[in-house]
Design a protein around this ligand. Structure first.
Ligand code: PRP
Length: 177
C-alpha cells in the first residue's frame, strides 16, 4: 500500500484570495489595537506568513507555539503537549491563535483553556481549514478560511508524516495498492 497526492481541493489561487479576505476582516476587527498573533507550529507556518502580509499598517506582533498531538499518525490521539511556548507575555494582550486546521477540536480547546488562564485582554481563534463533522469538543473559532470534508489533506503547511507541507495548495492524500 502506498499513498499518492491527488489534485488540489483548494488551489493556490483560491488560498491566496481567501487568506487576503480573512486578513482584511481581521485588520478591521483589530483596528487601533496591537494584537499578538500566535502561530501554532508546525502546520500554521505558511498560513500565518501569508496572512500577516495582508495586514497593512496593523501594529501586529508575532509569536509561535509548538504543540504535538498527532505524532506520526494521521489520527488525533487527543494528547496535547507544549513543545515550545510563546515568548511574548500575553497577559492584557489581544491574542489571536492561528491554526492550519481544526479537526476534533482537542488541540485548540487545550490551547484556548491554557491561554484564558493567562488573562489576555481578548482571545480569538483563526483557522484556515475546518473539518466540522469531526468535532468532538466545542471550541470557539472566530475566523475560518474554508470548511472541508472529512478527508485527509496535505499542503500549505499541512503534512502527512512530515511530508507535503511545501505544496502551494491543499490536496487530498489517497491510498493505492
Ligand atoms: C494538526 C493541526 C492542529 C491539530 C488539529 O496538528 O495543526 O494542531 O492537528 O487537530 P484536532 O482538532 O483534532 O486537535 P499536527 O498534530 O498534525 O501537527 P503539525 O501542526 O506539526 O502538523
Amino acid at each position: 500500500m502506498s499513498r499518492k497526492v491527488s489534485g488540489y481541493l483548494i488551489s493556490p489561487e483560491a488560498l491566496h484570495e481567501r487568506v487576503k479576505e480573512l486578513a482584511e476582516e481581521i485588520r478591521r476587527d483589530y483596528t487601533g489595537r496591537s494584537p499578538v498573533f500566535v502561530g501554532v507550529l508546525k502546520g500554521s507556518f505558511i498560513f500565518l506568513a501569508d496572512l500577516v502580509r495582508h495586514l497593512g499598517d496593523l501594529d501586529v506582533r508575532i509569536d509561535f507555539l509548538a504543540v504535538s498531538s498527532y505524532g506520526m499518525a494521521t489520527e488525533s490521539s487527543g494528547e496535547v503537549q507544549i513543545l515550545k511556548d510563546v515568548t511574548i507575555p500575553v497577559e492584557g494582550e489581544d491574542v489571536l491563535l492561528v491554526e492550519d486546521i481544526v479537526d476534533t477540536g482537542l488541540t485548540l480547546k487545550y490551547l484556548w483553556d491554557l491561554f484564558q488562564q493567562r488573562h489576555p485582554r481578548s482571545l480569538r481563534i483563526c483557522v484556515l481549514l475546518d473539518k466540522k463533522e469531526r468535532r468532538v469538543v466545542e471550541v470557539p473559532v472566530h475566523y475560518v478560511g474554508f470548511e472541508i470534508p472529512d478527508r485527509f489533506v496535505v499542503g500549505y503547511g499541512l503534512d502527512w508524516a512530515e511530508r507535503y507541507r511545501h505544496l502551494p495548495g491543499i490536496a487530498f492524500v489517497e491510498e493505492e495498492e
